[in-house]
Design a protein around this ligand. Structure first.
Ligand code: PAF
Length: 289
């Protein structure tokens, strides 16, 4: 696997690959790779001639400085994992490579915000999704036409990148299932920061989703009722500070909870456990155990 510490060299390489009529699969990451990331890389390897991964901890998407400072970094093991998963090229860069001459506050203001940056994450992590949009636009420009793989765990992010890709053209966004531990906890780089007790408590998010899923299977379609059962489940754990337990129509994103019964429902939760922010979500009716 080739590792390039330069987005412009990565751009040249991707252009050369496409000239050779090879298809490119692309997995953007912030490193600290786990099996969730590797499942995206493996899918890309299966579906494309050449797989590219980027590793860049994007400071624009951290609204809390301490979260950025404590974000896990493991570049050497990341490279080994990518190589073993069949990745062909990985690249990284510095902030100034992506946003030459721009200060952070100016970099975030460059583009018209996508419509999916509305409610939930926007209300609780102001600036986060704008920061994601800004870097993903640059990352897509580096790689060019490709299939880009994102995990469903960051559901609202997937809506933003789909909207962005439709605006730019040439990038086909593929959303892949959330990869979970055996007890249901969604894999996340931040899980490494949980102590043993917190690690057990963290599974409450999955239990809350599961409770809503069960209620859905009995025919309940009222979003507020589905939200309440998730909230009650989270409240059982005093250490969890709930940000939101929400139901949204996945095909018609709104800032507020739908008031009429929903035919399709995405259940989304965010909660803090100590200094670690956990998020999870699922399409109701899809959880089986
Ligand atoms: O999902 C992530 O890891 C990040 O938000 C992304 C898409 C790599 C942008 O920094």
């Amino acid at each position: 696997m080739e590792f390039l510490n330069s987005p412009s060299k990565a751009h040249d390489k991707c252009t050369e690959v496409r000239k050779n009529r090879m298809t490119i699969g692309y997995v953007p990451t912030m490193g600290a790779l786990h099996d969730g990331h590797l499942s995206l890389v493996e899918r890309s390897v299966d579906e494309n001639d050449f797989t590219v991964v980027s590793i860049f901890v994007n400071p624009l998407q951290f609204n809390r400085p301490e979260d950025l400072e404590t974000y896990p970094v493991s570049i050497n093991s990341d490279k080994k994992l990518l190589e073993a998963a069949g990745c062909d090229m990985a690249y990284s860069g510095e902030f100034a490579d992506f946003f030459p001459g721009l200060a952070m506050e100016d970099a975030i203001k460059t583009e018209l915000p996508c419509k999916a940056i509305l409610g939930l994450e926007a209300a609780h992590r102001p600036g986060h999704l704008e920061g994601v949009q800004a870097i993903v636009q640059k990352l897509f420009e580096v790689v060019g036409d490709c299939r880009a793989y994102f995990g469903e765990k960051d559901f609202q992010q997937t809506l933003v990148v789909k909207e962005l890709a439709a605006r730019i053209g040439g990038v086909d966004v593929i959303v892949c299932p959330t990869i979970r531990e055996k007890d249901g906890l969604a894999m996340s780089s931040r899980n490494t920061r949980l102590n043993t007790g917190q690690r057990d408590t963290a599974t409450t998010l999955y239990r809350a989703l599961f409770a809503a899923n069960q209620l859905w299977t009995t025919g309940v379609r009222d979003a507020k009722t589905l939200e309440l059962i998730m909230r009650n489940e989270i409240m059982k754990e005093a250490d969890l500070q709930l940000e939101y337990a929400a139901i949204r129509d996945p095909f018609n994103w709104t800032a507020e909870t739908p008031t009429s019964p929903v035919d399709q429902a995405q259940a989304l939760i965010a909660a803090n456990l100590g200094t670690v922010r956990l998020i999870d979500n699922c399409r109701l009716g899809t959880l089986t155990s």
